[in-house]
Design a protein around this ligand. Structure first.
Ligand code: BGC
Length: 478
């Protein structure tokens, strides 16, 4: 047993002795209640197609880049794939009933592009369209608002074969798909998000090669960035024209960046990280262009990749933006990281206590949520924010039929307190979605990190509400 596991086990034992009283005490302490967030505040959970659905080749679905990537040896640390995942494709009805029992108003899920259009473009697949009709209808029947993400990383393989995100034709392919999705579901779905974290799928998938499709280098990354940013705006325009009364959004990964120390070289490194992680997609959307002042290498997009008129078309006035935050980042200058010349100082190197580091190696930093909300809200033109993802993976264990995840309860309590703090200071944050409803396939990490409010026993597909799920049930049911 290593030190981190020992600490976790101790925390779990301490929690077990006190069960279930802490669930109530947190509110009696006067920290917050649901009412403090206001009557109209949206409470939801978030999921993504590839991470939960399974049924990877059922009912006419085409392969996606994640099917291909996870089936190739060496890409997923545990050797696993999303072929079955949480089997949500078959269990969506009972899962939505479970979701309802936790008192969440909204369920965020993504559409698998290759279920609707197996080849990415061309002939639609009615059986794939019908799957989401069932999910949407069941949600509405239960009184749950469906919040739909159009793209959460599972590009149809047929389009990757034609060049994927670095190919400018993707603007047309994506428009065809968004048109079909919004015409199919827009009569019932009013809340739409165009992209999930464009920096993550372009950075991890086309710069570093850690995610599907595993391509690397600036030659792939820069065109992928520009085309994703173009699709972000184009998607927004299509939703607005096809769906009456749509609430149109898109989501960004954001992390508050701090310099390692006050030295100018650390401060400059932090500014470069901030531009890459937090400004790259938000500023063009706001009509400000790419942050070339801090990252001169982005000039190549404006000079070589963009076509006349693109810089104007990158702008779109979304009704809301989704911010997804997990951790803050401490930056230092690095001469070994080309282009960015900056690196992260890992939590371990900063002697962060073990119970403040998640299974992903991310530092638990609730106050980072407050700072990044304030930072993004300071842009003119940001009128409404939803936290569309926030959560943590800890080493959960199923004991005596329950999962006593005290660290996750503390995580949510502390992050939510910081959301409320920002809201009270005028940040227009009007919704919060936990990542995630169920434990699920965590991309290149496989099934090892568990982010769910609900534990999934993958061998039996049994669901067990964790202590954190029960905590939300108390908070939201009050
Ligand atoms: C992604 C999710 C992912 C989560 C935890 C987010 O970046 O949208 O798909 O599972 O973070 O890593």
């Amino acid at each position: 047993m290593n030190r981190r596991q020992a600490i976790r086990n101790t925390a779990a034992l301490a929690g077990a002795a006190m069960m279930p009283a802490p669930l109530f005490r947190l509110f009696d302490n006067g920290i917050f209640t649901k009412k403090d967030f206001g009557e109209k505040f949206i409470w939801g959970t978030a999921t993504a197609s590839y991470q939960i659905e399974g049924a990877w080749q059922e009912d006419g679905k085409g392969p996606s880049i994640w099917d291909t990537f996870s089936h190739q040896k060496g890409h997923i640390k545990t050797g696993e794939n999303g072929d079955v995942a949480c089997d949500f494709y078959h269990r969506y009805a009972s899962d939505l009933e479970l979701h309802k029992s936790l008192h969440f108003d909204a369920f965020r899920f993504s559409l698998a592009w290759a279920r609707l259009l197996p080849n990415g473009i061309g002939t639609p697949n009615q059986k794939g369209i019908d799957f989401y009709n069932r999910v949407i209808d069941k949600s509405l029947e239960l009184g749950i608002q469906p919040w739909v993400t159009l793209y959460h990383w599972d590009l149809p393989q047929a389009l990757e074969d034609k060049g994927g995100w670095p190919n400018r034709d993707i603007i047309g392919w994506f428009s065809e798909y968004v048109d079909l999705a919004t015409k199919s579901y827009g009569d019932r779905v009013k809340n739409w998000m165009v992209l999930n974290e464009p920096f993550a799928f372009t950075g991890l998938g086309y710069m570093l090669g850690w995610h599907a499709p595993g391509r690397k280098g600036l030659k792939n990354f820069l065109p992928a960035v520009h085309h994703a940013a173009m699709c972000q705006a184009e998607g927004g325009r299509i939703i607005r024209s096809n769906v009456p009364e749509a609430n149109v959004g898109t989501t960004f990964s954001v992390s508050y960046v701090e310099p390692k120390n006050e030295k100018p070289k650390s401060q400059k490194a932090a500014a470069r990280f901030d531009a890459l992680l937090n400004r790259l997609y938000i500023e063009p959307m706001l009509g400000m262009g790419y942050p070339t002042d801090t990252l001169p290498f982005l000039k190549k997009i404006e000079e070589k990749i963009a076509q006349p008129g693109d810089m104007e078309r990158l702008a779109f006035d979304f009704d809301f933006i989704g911010l997804q935050n997990y951790f803050r980042l401490v930056a230092k200058r690095s001469l070994t990281v080309p282009v960015l010349w900056a690196n992260e100082v890992s939590p371990e190197k900063r002697d962060v206590p073990e119970d403040r580091i998640t299974e992903m190696g991310w530092e638990v930093t609730p106050e980072g949520m407050y700072h990044i909300l304030k930072q993004i809200a300071a842009y003119p033109g940001i009128n409404k924010i939803h936290v569309t993802e926030n959560g943590a993976a800890f080493a959960d264990s199923l004991e005596n039929g329950g999962v006593n995840d005290t660290l996750r309860v503390k995580f949510y309590k502390d992050y939510l307190a910081n959301v409320l703090r920002a809201k009270r200071e005028g940040v227009p944050v009007e919704g919060y979605f936990c990542w995630s409803f169920l434990d699920n396939f965590e991309w290149q990490e496989g099934y090892r990190p568990r982010f769910g409010l609900v534990y999934v026993d993958y061998a039996t597909q049994q669901r067990v509400v964790k202590g954190s799920g029960a905590w939300f049930r108390e908070l939201l049911g009050a």
